[in-house]
Design a binder for this molecule. Structure first.
Ligand code: SF4
Length: 390
């Protein structure tokens, strides 16, 4: 998660609840992406440290447990930077330029000069973040799937270039020749289609072609299949995107909850502030007077009921709103109660950690050590495969 300061209910429902669940199902690494923060905040790096601690405190407050998951800060594990640099040598510029968020973000953040080397390279830094741990799955929202895709391509290219034993290529070429001219040409075409464009159908066709060969030995077949998927040895496994279910949590005005829209309730919001923010929420504009009937579908409060209320309460809202039987303040009451109830234990845990910064630092220091150990092992193999272990 990028270091952008303390978190709100949108992050809690969209990301953290999912992390809390995942930490019991997988071996998880969660980190503060402080270097990623620098790609857009390079003019104000002083803010990043406070943002980093705020993030960790909010994770702990949400129930992320350092006993189940590894929590660390990216810049404390320099292996991320080394892997990023090594991968940058073999990643075509065009792969980075075509990542959809590159132009998108430049457009959105026009007030900042993002025509920097670091900003163009940040998806590759993400790839290094993932590949340093040889991660099997990466929990992401739909907008980040392209980044995981890029990581897969980078890993494939790396394995293709450096995952080979001496003499491997000659053996593969000899096996292809044994297929006969026509079949060999088809095979090479499909191989190129898969390795350069990531076309999975081409991969399947090439695999089937290898399987159907009568004139080549089993060893040749294994070599060909290994070659197809990037070489003799997989040094950096290709990760999969683990799609996070889309969060239904809207902002106070019905748009996406975001700090920049000012429509958020922070995870550590004081009870009085929660109360006041929900009371001031806009409602269906058709309900000018208490006696005007409304339509929940035109009201952001209804979207909160979809997150927080059970079926009987929703029924009560629908009937009461459309018949003007209830007022908007009545309608907001169960939401205020539900949000207060949700935030109370979170706020308490956050306060405990705020009172004990040494404990937070120890948790992060231990996480960094664990992360470094895992990343160090990957980098040793990466260096060796590239002949850089002198
Ligand atoms: Fe919105 Fe509830 Fe008021 Fe209807 S009664 S307009 S759903 S706040």
């Amino acid at each position: 998660m990028r270091a952008t300061g303390s978190l709100h209910l949108g992050h809690y429902h969209g990301v953290l609840k999912n992390w809390v669940r995942l930490q019991h199902e997988y071996e998880c690494f969660f980190f503060v992406a402080d270097w990623h923060g620098l790609t857009t905040e390079y003019e104000n790096p002083q803010k990043i440290e406070q943002h980093a601690w705020d993030l960790v405190i909010d994770w702990l407050a949400a129930g992320v447990n350092p006993g189940s998951a590894t929590l660390f800060i990216q810049s404390q594990v320099p292996e991320h930077a080394e892997l990023h640099l090594l991968l940058s040598m073999m990643t075509p510029l065009s792969w980075l330029e075509r990542v959809p968020t590159y132009k998108d973000q430049q457009e959105k953040l026009r007030e900042k000069d993002l025509s920097t080397y670091g900003f163009l390279g940040y998806p590759l830094l993400q790839s290094a973040d993932i590949l340093a741990y040889r991660a099997g799955q990466v929990p992401v929202g739909a907008d980040q799937v392209a980044h995981v895709e890029l990581t897969r391509e980078v890993a494939r290219r790396f394995n293709h270039l450096y995952g080979r034993e001496p003499g491997f290529e000659e053996a593969v070429e000899a096996a292809i020749k044994k297929m006969g001219k026509k079949q060999a040409k088809i095979y090479v075409g499909h191989r190129r289609q898969y390795q350069e464009k990531g076309d999975e159908t081409a991969l399947e066709t090439a695999r089937a072609l290898v399987d159907s060969q009568q004139n080549i030995t089993l060893g040749d077949k294994e070599r060909l299949l290994g070659d197809l998927e990037g070489g003799g040895k997989v040094i950096l496994p290709e990760p999969q995107a683990l799609l996070t279910p889309a969060s239904k949590m809207p902002g106070l005005d019905g748009q996406k909850m975001s700090k920049s829209y000012g429509n958020f309730i922070s995870m550590r919001e004081e009870p009085a502030e929660v109360d006041s923010k929900i009371r001031r929420m806009p409602t269906d504009p058709a309900r000018v007077r208490r006696t005007d009937a409304g339509n929940p579908d035109n009201c952001p409060v209804w979207q909160f009921h979809m997150v927080y209320s059970d079926e009987p309460t929703r029924q009560w809202v629908r009937e009461g709103c459309t018949s003007a039987g209830i007022g908007c303040l009545d309608c907001k009451k169960p939401i205020i109660e539900a949000v207060q109830e949700e935030l109370e234990p979170i706020r308490k845990r956050a306060e405990e950690h705020l009172r004990n910064p040494d404990l937070v630092r120890t948790i992060v220091a231990e996480g960094c050590e664990e992360a470094r150990e895992a990343a160090r092992a990957t980098l040793e193999e990466v260096r060796a495969s590239m002949g850089l272990n002198y």
